[in-house]
Design a protein around this ligand. Structure first.
Ligand SMILES: *[C@@H]1O[C@H](CO)[C@@H](O)[C@H](O)[C@H]1NC(C)=O
Ligand SMILES: *[C@@H]1O[C@H](CO)[C@@H](O)[C@H](O)[C@H]1NC(C)=O
Ligand SMILES: *[C@@H]1O[C@H](CO)[C@@H](O)[C@H](O)[C@H]1NC(C)=O
Ligand SMILES: *[C@@H]1O[C@H](CO)[C@@H](O)[C@H](O)[C@H]1NC(C)=O
Ligand SMILES: *[C@@H]1O[C@H](CO)[C@@H](O)[C@H](O)[C@H]1NC(C)=O
Ligand SMILES: *[C@@H]1O[C@H](CO)[C@@H](O)[C@H](O)[C@H]1NC(C)=O
Ligand SMILES: *[C@@H]1O[C@H](CO)[C@@H](O)[C@H](O)[C@H]1NC(C)=O
Ligand SMILES: *[C@@H]1O[C@H](CO)[C@@H](O)[C@H](O)[C@H]1NC(C)=O
Ligand SMILES: *[C@@H]1O[C@H](CO)[C@@H](O)[C@H](O)[C@H]1NC(C)=O
Length: 306
């Protein structure tokens, strides 16, 4: 255990008190620093190290809440609150019994190390640091994929994952069918204490349908999204022109089929068309209706697979 005499310069000059604080750097004390996490806009409470016994009043105490050793956040002397920097006005409050500091709404700039110093009749009762980690939530990642080139074997895609408005600076990771992949990341922020936007890019050769995920992690929180990347060009029909006799045979088969359909429609009108045609409709109209109905599902299935 090592005790060093030290005077917090801000307090001494600001409040004009010849204040001597004993900073005791015990090993156990240094390891178990209190940590508080808060989200931007919410209310956080920073616990102090002393409770005023019910037999006593705040009159006998001086309480200082400081940030980063040098800034006074809030101070009480002889039971009344002393003037505080504008930044903390109307945003901070202290519980007059357990000396907990409340901050609401929390801002990114509030991130940092705080210290509660309690004096009773000019003797330091306790002095304890509390770390406040401020976070802001990132939006759910948005994954988009764009085909940049394709062949029968593979589809080359540019995949982008983006998320915005969070704090602190996040990491971005991903998996491709359960195998980890590295996003080419780019961060944008107005300053080191402003919200971040993050974008990850990846160029992939997709040879079969794969599931890609993107996770944005900050301060132990993770937001993920996934997208199924579909290989677009399957090349099922080989691009070879069929010989003439095949074409000729096809025409005959198709013509026969159409004739058969027309005849069937004429002689069995109720069975084929009762569901789509009124009796007075012509056969052509009936055929049109019928083909339209049988083609439409195919069209939609093609668009959705792009
Ligand atoms: C301090 O008291 C307030 C209410 O008076 C309570 O909400 C808070 O949890 C207390 N904090 C501690 C550290 O005891
Ligand atoms: C906290 O104080 C240190 C020096 O004591 C300084 O370098 C740092 O910029 C300060 N941080 C903030 C957020 O004021
Ligand atoms: C805090 O609130 C008081 C009273 O409502 C107001 O006069 C003062 O300007 C406010 N201070 C700040 C920094 O907003
Ligand atoms: C928030 O404050 C803590 C404690 O001072 C510090 O370790 C951390 O780096 C700060 N975070 C950011 C993003 O500045
Ligand atoms: C995702 O990103 C794309 C391309 O930037 C954009 O058009 C789309 O609106 C975004 N979707 C959401 C939910 O933000
Ligand atoms: C994904 O990988 C994890 C380990 O990395 C394994 O436990 C899990 O079974 C795998 N899931 C699939 C669907 O392959
Ligand atoms: C981050 O993204 C949001 C929404 O897309 C945008 O309004 C904002 O300007 C971006 N911030 C920066 C620093 O680029
Ligand atoms: C994808 O494959 C094509 C041809 O197979 C190749 O030219 C291209 O460089 C590949 N792209 C990547 C990102 O591997
Ligand atoms: C992709 O995989 C994730 C888990 O790894 C799963 O939650 C998600 O439903 C899958 N998405 C698709 C489109 O298959």
């Amino acid at each position: 255990m090592m005790c060093l005499p030290a005077s917090p310069p801000a307090l001494a000059s600001r409040l004009g008190l010849g204040l001597l604080v004993l900073l005791c750097l015990g090993i156990g004390q240094a390891l178990e620093k209190k940590v508080v996490r808060g989200k931007v806009g919410e209310k956080v409470s920073l616990p102090c190290c002393h409770e005023i016994p019910s037999s006593e009043s705040l009159q006998n105490y001086r309480v200082y809440w400081q940030k980063n050793i040098t800034d006074v956040v809030l101070a009480y002397s002889k039971g009344s609150m002393m003037s505080q920097p504008e930044r903390y006005q109307n945003r901070t409050e202290m519980d007059l019994w357990n000396l907990t500091l409340w901050i609401s709404p929390v801002e990114i700039l509030d991130n940092g190390s705080y210290q509660c110093v309690v004096q009773r009749n000019s003797i330091v009762v306790c002095d304890e640091p509390v770390i406040l980690f401020v976070t802001a939530d990132f939006s759910k990642p948005n994954i988009t994929a764009e085909v940049s080139a394709e062949s029968c074997e593979s589809t080359e895609m540019v995949v982008t994952c983006s998320s915005h408005g969070g704090f602190p600076k996040p990491t971005i990771s991903g998996t491709l069918n359960n195998m980890s992949v590295e996003w080419n990341a780019r961060w944008v922020s107005e300053s080191s204490l402003s919200p971040y936007n993050v974008t990850g890019k990846l160029v992939l050769n997709v040879t079969k349908d794969v599931n890609i995920t993107c996770s944005v992690e900050y301060n132990g929180i993770s937001k993920s999204a996934s997208l199924l990347l579909e290989k677009t060009n399957n090349c099922i029909v080989p691009p070879v022109t069929p010989p003439y006799n095949v074409i000729f045979a096809s025409i005959i088969i198709v013509t026969t089929f159409i004739l058969a359909t027309i005849l069937a429609a004429r002689y069995l009108p109720r069975r084929v068309c009762s569901h789509c045609c009124k009796r007075q409709d012509s056969v052509e109209e009936c055929m049109k209706e019928h083909t339209k109905a049988s083609m439409s599902p195919k069209v939609t299935s093609e668009t959705s697979s792009v």
